[in-house]
Design a protein around this ligand. Structure first.
Ligand code: ZN
Length: 73
């Protein structure tokens, strides 16, 4: 496990899915977006968020399907 200093929490960026610590002194990251994505204008970022949500859903579905195929029914 990575060590997290007091007051900092590991967050997942809504737009790219990256894990980042927040708050970090001197970092522009917000509660929902990492330093990279916070620089992206709101409109394209919305699209990124939508796609990231989709990818997360698909990953969950794949995991679910893989679980089904390996588990004896
Ligand atoms: Zn990001």
């Amino acid at each position: 496990m990575e060590k997290i200093t007091s007051g900092q929490r590991l967050r997942t960026c809504r737009a790219c899915g990256k894990k980042f610590e927040y708050p970090v002194k001197g970092s522009t990251a917000t509660r929902h977006h990492c330093e990279n994505c916070v620089a992206v204008p709101a409109e394209p970022r919305k699209t990124m968020e939508r796609l990231n949500t989709r990818v997360t859903q698909l990953e969950n579905q794949i995991r679910c399907l893989q679980g089904k195929s390996t588990a004896p029914n």
